[in-house]
Design a protein around this ligand. Structure first.
Ligand code: HAM
Length: 418
């Protein structure tokens, strides 16, 4: 069938059973984050363009190339949000939330928009879940945030993840690093891509995450920010590492990581998935941004946050386990049996058990094939004989056990058996 309309490039529908995975991710993350004291915030998906220029930075790829920006009917430049942090900081300052006792902790989820070249794990409309914590500079909060992210991923049953960490300094030590970088790139300036030549002037840190291959080669021996951190930043990072060790959270120091958004100070981190995700293997990422609240007009307020990509999380989950199927599949033969099956299913469903029906008209064989395909936990078979005897055959498709039982017993056995 040829559809007259298709979704835009890089913009995908999320269909069942994928939606079940998404629901599971959101529910699990919500449970973990509320145990850590986070409350939900729902910011808008559209903001003044200026908000993103001032936070993510106009030298970043996101702002300079990837934003969905347009002029609205009132002549204002507006953009679809490419990420959530800027909006949440705006809301935090706009609603005077700094007046509330610190820390203030928020979680969010929703679609984000970046006009990137679509590939596996990279879309133009993608969905993030994230959290932001305002008001505490103590590295224990960095450790808490990172541990919470790892707890969400662990609770989802994801394995083979690696947590990478770095510190990218503060307003005291970053200028010296910027100068060292400029010195390093000066003799190679003409070899850099045109974007990096601009970045050299605006913010040479951005050269460190340019995706052009040649720029990657040129920067191989560039100075590392860890070499120019001030004592306070060194102490902060050492203390974070100490907390993570005490908590038993495995981590790897990655001195090359700078992240692609301008607002970060000190701690930055990324959680990478395994090779099955392809080149786009960062499932979650975040860091500290101690200057952004004051840059948006609020009081000086340290902050830290993270965001995870739903498509990438769902991709990993899909690799780990087959989508969960119904607890019970009821196969029936003939109209009378189909009515009995429907009655049984309705009673079980009323009690919250997920039940699928085989619908009469199809052979028993094809109904059982479908039960297998949709990964049902058990099947119950209702045919003429079963109707006569009042005993239904059941089989657990996971452990192979089987038997016969009357209607009430079946109801008892499969009540909320998921
Ligand atoms: P980010 O690294 O730009 O950080 O994005 C976070 C996560 O969103 C990535 O690790 C990835 O899983 C997912 N993601 C990003 N772009 C795409 C895309 N085009 N398609 C699919 N998934 C994508 C931020 O957005 C920061 N706001 C995180 C943060 C919160 N930092 C502090 N607080």
């Amino acid at each position: 069938m040829k559809s007259r309309f298709t979704a835009l490039k890089g913009v995908a529908d999320v269909l069942p059973p994928e939606t079940g995975l998404w629901r599971k991710i959101l529910n699990t993350a919500g449970l973990v984050m509320s145990a850590y004291g986070y409350e939900e915030i729902i910011p808008p998906v559209i903001e003044q363009t200026e908000l993103f220029l001032r936070s993510i930075g106009d030298s970043s790829d996101i702002v300079s190339k990837e934003m969905y920006t347009f002029t609205d009917k009132g002549g204002r430049s507006v953009s679809l949000r490419p990420e959530g942090t800027a909006s949440i900081v705006r809301a935090y300052v706009e609603h005077n939330l700094p007046a509330r006792p610190a820390p203030q902790k928020f979680f969010y989820s929703g679609p984000m928009f970046r006009y990137e070249r679509p590939q596996k794990g990279r879309q133009r409309q993608f969905y993030q879940l994230g959290a932001e914590c305002f008001g505490i500079a103590d590295p224990a909060v960095d450790a808490e945030m990172i541990t919470m992210v790892m707890a969400i991923l662990g609770r989802l049953g994801l394995k083979g993840l690696s947590l990478e960490l770095n510190s990218i300094g503060c307003k005291q030590c970053r200028p010296a690093f910027r100068e060292r970088l400029r010195e390093f790139f000066t003799p190679r300036l003409s070899e850099l891509c045109p974007d990096c030549q601009r970045r050299y002037e605006q913010n040479p840190l951005r050269i460190l995450d340019c995706k052009v291959e040649r720029c990657g080669e040129i920067r191989k021996d560039a100075p590392l920010i860890s070499e120019t951190l001030c004592q306070d930043c060194r102490d902060h990072f050492a203390s974070l590492v100490g907390f993570l060790e005490a908590l038993g959270t495995p981590h790897v120091f990655n001195p090359h990581m700078v992240r692609g958004l301008d607002y970060y100070t000190r701690t930055v981190f990324e959680v990478k998935g395994d090779a099955g995700l392809g080149a786009q293997n960062a499932v979650a990422a975040g860091g500290r941004y101690d200057l952004l609240v004051s840059e948006f007009g609020g009081p000086e307020t340290p902050a830290i946050g993270f965001a995870a990509g739903m498509e990438r999380l769902a991709g990993l989950l899909r690799q780990e386990a087959a989508a969960p199927g119904p607890a019970l599949f009821i196969a029936s033969l003939g109209a009378e049996a189909a009515t009995e099956a429907l009655k049984l299913a309705t009673r079980l469903r009323d009690g919250g058990t997920r039940v699928e029906l085989g619908w009469g008209g199809f052979s028993l064989k094809s109904q059982l094939r479908r039960a297998d395909k949709i990964n049902a936990g058990s099947v119950v078979i209702i045919g003429e004989d079963e109707l006569k005897s009042g005993k239904f055959k059941w089989k657990n498709l996971k452990d192979g056990s089987s038997g016969e039982a009357g209607r009430e017993e079946i109801l008892k056995q499969f009540s909320r058996a998921e």
